[in-house]
Design a protein around this ligand. Structure first.
Ligand SMILES: Cc1ncc(COP(=O)(O)O)c(C=O)c1O
Length: 397
């Protein structure tokens, strides 16, 4: 493999910078919090998040993958149950459900919006379908009202994977509040990050919500009856309502929670900054129809990522030639993301290597994801725009 150059514009592993106030807050909570996990900052973060997203039962976790593990447990799957998941997504949208014994059924993605549609889910329904996972990939909220209608007609559980789309809205509501369960990520790459890792689980059913603190934290709970001393028979109880349900430790620390609460005050602004820039970039390339973006000038898109489809128009290899010129001549690291999951050995070896998802295959095989971290300077964005134009023009000669 040709070694990668020293990039002028990297595909950064961190999405945004912190303000001085955020840095000061982190330093203060580091020194003052007692305990450093499971304390008042957790409660405040969950309450602030619930108010932000508009759903009452929200639970912070140490990442979205573990929020998905909890979501999968709460679905109470039985062997043979089918879970429909888009093939074009990050791996942890899918495998937590396989770990609970489900059969994964891959859904296609719409070429224009890059997310699953109600029709694509309907195409994969069988009498064994129990759950549908809807991923708001790239930051764009899928058509939740239609998907919820379908789910209600077929009595299905809906899990929204909002890892990439915190703040995205559809039909006047935030993504993550339509489904039975919603999952948000605060990973380093996401539009806001709680120091690299973090997640949130939104639960609609209050009975299921009551289980989450136990499942999230080792099954710790109170004893049923009053005790004479706080130390007898033990410091605390361990229980869960049925056999076969086992807990984990998926807690998020106090420093991350305090920072998360603070970041919620500017997530909308950061999303708006990214949306304005995305639209500017897309519009400036309007005379290059071979590069097809998904332009959405509304809160339905958070532009976590800025991805395009390269229409090769009888010029096979155009996408790869573009990537190469951008990387080695312009020193801009574009990437190709979300290998359809059924192509990975991990899924194939477990019997999930088959799919009919022509939209996902075609999009993946032609996609270009531009570096789009919030901290990109205006100068770098302009340089990326000029470079994109130059390379496309050269390649069309
Ligand atoms: C669509 C999607 N789902 C789930 C996850 C998992 O998030 P986390 O890294 O917080 O576990 C990611 C992270 O990249 C993601 O993009």
């Amino acid at each position: 493999m040709r070694p990668e150059p020293a990039y002028r514009i990297p595909f950064s592993g961190r999405a945004h910078r912190y303000t001085q106030a955020e840095v000061d807050l982190v330093a203060r909570v580091m020194q003052e919090a007692d305990p450093l996990t499971q304390g008042r900052h957790l409660r405040e973060f969950e309450a602030a998040f619930a108010a932000y997203i508009g759903a009452p039962h929200c639970f912070a976790t140490n990442n979205a993958t573990n929020a998905l593990e909890l979501a999968a447990q709460l679905c109470e799957l039985k062997p043979g149950d089918e879970v429909i998941v888009p093939a074009h997504t990050f791996t942890s949208s899918a495998y937590p459900f396989a770990k609970q014994g489900a059969r994964l059924v891959w859904a296609d993605s719409d070429r224009a919006t890059r997310v699953v549609t109600a029709q694509m889910i309907a195409d994969k329904l069988t009498p064994r379908t129990k759950v549908i996972v809807v991923v708001h990939l790239y930051g764009y909220a899928a058509q939740m009202p239609e998907i919820m209608d379908l789910a209600r007609r077929h009595d299905l559980i809906v899990v929204e994977d909002v890892a990439q789309a915190l703040g995205a809205e559809v039909a006047g509501r935030k993504a993550g509040t339509f489904g039975d369960l919603g999952v948000i990520s605060f990973h380093s790459h996401k539009n806001v990050t709680t120091l690299g890792e973090g997640g949130m689980l939104v639960v609609k059913d209050p009975a299921k919500a009551a289980l989450v603190p136990l499942l999230r934290h080792n099954g710790h709970c109170a004893f049923d009856s009053p005790r004479e001393h706080y130390w007898t028979p033990a410091m605390g109880n361990l229980d869960l309502p049925r056999p076969g349900l086992w807990p984990s430790n998926y807690c998020l620390g106090e420093v991350e929670c305090a920072l998360g609460t603070e970041l919620l005050t500017r997530i909308d602004q950061m999303n708006a900054d990214k949306r304005v820039r995305a639209c500017r970039f897309i519009d400036a390339l309007g005379d290059h129809p071979e590069l097809q973006f998904h332009r959405v000038d509304s809160t339905r898109h958070t532009y976590h990522l800025l991805a395009a489809y390269m229409d090769e128009r009888g010029r096979p290899g155009l996408r790869d030639a573009f990537m190469e010129r951008m990387a080695f001549e312009k020193l801009i690291k574009c990437v190709v993301q979300y290998y359809p999951l059924y192509r990975y050995p991990l899924y194939a070896k477990n019997g999930f290597g088959q799919a009919s998802c022509p939209g996902a295959d075609d999009f993946f095989d032609h996609m270009v994801s531009f570096p789009f971290q919030h901290w990109l300077s205006d100068e770098d964005l302009d340089y990326m725009l000029a470079s994109t134009r130059e390379v496309l023009e050269d390649l069309s000669r």
